[in-house]
Design a protein around this ligand. Structure first.
Ligand SMILES: Nc1nc2c(c(=O)[nH]1)N[C@H]1C(S)=C(S)[C@@H](COP(=O)(O)OP(=O)(O)OC[C@H]3O[C@@H](n4cnc5c(N)ncnc54)[C@H](O)[C@@H]3O)O[C@H]1N2
Ligand code: MOO
Length: 411
């Protein structure tokens, strides 16, 4: 059997960062920059007021106090958006709003709270230091400075920076388009009536959500039965809209394991056993003229979930133009024994990871959930980590230190 590492490496060899394209700002949300972004301007672009108040010469109000306020004529009113061409003569001031350009001649702003708020003339009852409440041109960004590095993921903060330096579009590795398809004659759409031997389909919903969480555009193609021609036709149909296809089901040893049956025939998809539990039967390869990557996950829901995180997430990272990075893991103390783990396979036990180091001196603790079967889906929702039991280990006493891999979204 193959190791988890070998299988991951094989899948990674199949995929490349997606070709960069130019996208409008909101279209680039979640995408990864394929270029460094430099600012063509300085920010702020001009000296401006950080408060609503009065633009003055500090020296003109140097003597102002509560007991001996100073009055100045107000010669202009400067709202934000003013072209900023005005000047104030010595001994006068201008009413100014937050973000408005500081007029020539002024070197400080007196907040309106320190005045009587006058319109024609204003009485100031506190002195100010030179530069008070003025945001200087260029104090945020120098002209030509790189404000976002190549490889940055465009989230809310990056979006703000791009817009603030005047960019309306950027060159990015787009979000991978993931098409999710499940197979199985027993599957029924949730909400539809269910008959004997049937189950409501859940894998494609789970994987579509997981792919979206992983920064992709995901299409739930839904599910189809075990008819080989339908599987091939459906795969053919979705090729045009997929950067990667993820299927579930039909990859094991059964008489109707259709994905394995039809894709093995193509000769471009390999089916192998990986030394892990859950998630032993796996497949991957390419299909179609443009050699679209396809990862075929096992049908058992927990197996499918775990193998998506171990094998598909790294591929998606690469397609997004991000460097490889394992899911974060911590050392944790088991709060219950592991009574049996298969020799020769690495177990990924669903667990609840908690941090109670400060109180109990334990650091992280991991409590494997009680239902560990590949079909026992309900325990997944409470799971936030996978406890790794190495291939050579078949049992672990309570209190053992283990590696716990944090699952995305679990925190
Ligand atoms: N003789 C053997 N049998 C099995 C082996 C084996 O090595 N020899 N491996 C077992 C392991 S491990 C796994 S995992 C499963 C994988 O099977 P398949 O990928 O072929 O999946 P199916 O047989 O289609 O389904 C398995 C199981 O999962 C349920 N399922 C499938 N798709 C969905 C879906 N979209 N939503 C919800 N549930 C789904 C399905 O009803 C089955 O119960 O094979 C073992 N067998
Ligand atoms: O190894 Mo299968 O993936 O658990 O039941």
């Amino acid at each position: 059997m193959k190791t988890v590492e070998q299988h991951t490496a094989d899948i990674l060899e199949l995929v490349e960062p997606l070709e960069p394209i130019e996208l409008g700002l909101l279209g680039a949300h979640g995408a990864v920059l394929a270029e460094p972004v430099a600012s063509s301007v300085q920010l702020p672009g001009f000296d401006n007021s950080s408060m609503d108040g009065y633009a003055v010469r500090a020296v003109d109000v140097a003597a102002a106090s509560q007991e001996a306020p100073v009055s100045l004529p107000v010669v202009a009113d400067i709202p934000a958006g003013d072209a900023g061409t005005g000047a104030i003569p010595v001994g006068t001031c201008a009413r100014i709003m937050t973000g408005a350009p500081v007029p020539v001649g002024a070197d400080a702003v007196v907040p309106v709270e320190w005045t009587d708020g006058g319109v024609a003339s204003v009485t100031v009852h506190r002195s100010v230091r030179e530069g008070n409440a003025i945001r200087r041109a260029g104090e945020d960004v120098d002209k030509g400075a790189v404000v976002l590095r190549q490889g940055a993921r465009i989230g809310a903060a990056e979006m703000a920076v791009l817009a603030a330096v005047g960019r309306s579009s950027v060159r990015v590795h787009p979000r991978p388009r993931v098409v999710v398809l499940s197979t199985g004659e027993e599957l029924v759409e949730p909400g539809d009536p269910i008959g004997p031997g049937q189950i409501w389909e859940s894998n494609s919903y789970m994987l579509t959500a997981a792919a979206i969480d992983a920064g992709c555009t995901a299409y739930r193609q839904g599910f189809i039965g075990d008819e080989p021609a339908t599987v091939l036709d459906t795969l053919d149909d979705v090729l045009a809209q997929a950067d990667v296809i993820v299927t579930t089901g039909g990859v094991s040893m059964g008489a109707y394991d259709v994905v394995k049956e039809v894709l093995s025939r193509l000769g471009t998809v390999r089916f192998e056993k990986v030394a892990m539990q859950p998630g032993m039967p796996q497949g991957f390869g390419t299909i179609g003229e443009s050699r679209t990557p396809i990862v075929t996950l096992p049908g058992n829901p927990v197996s499918s979930y775990v193998s998506f995180h171990l094998f598909v997430l790294p591929a998606l990272r690469r397609m997004r133009g991000l460097p490889q990075q394992p899911l974060p893991s911590v050392r944790a103390r088991l709060v219950a024994p592991v009574v049996s783990s298969p020799r020769g396979k690495r177990s990924y036990l669903r667990a609840v990871l908690a941090y109670d180091g400060a109180d109990a001196g334990l650091g992280y603790t991991a409590a494997p959930v009680s239902r560990q079967g590949s079909h026992q889906l309900s325990a997944l929702a409470e799971t936030n980590a996978l406890v790794v039991v190495p291939e050579a280990v078949t049992e672990l006493p309570e209190g053992s230190l283990v590696e716990a891999v944090k699952l995305p979204g679990g925190y």
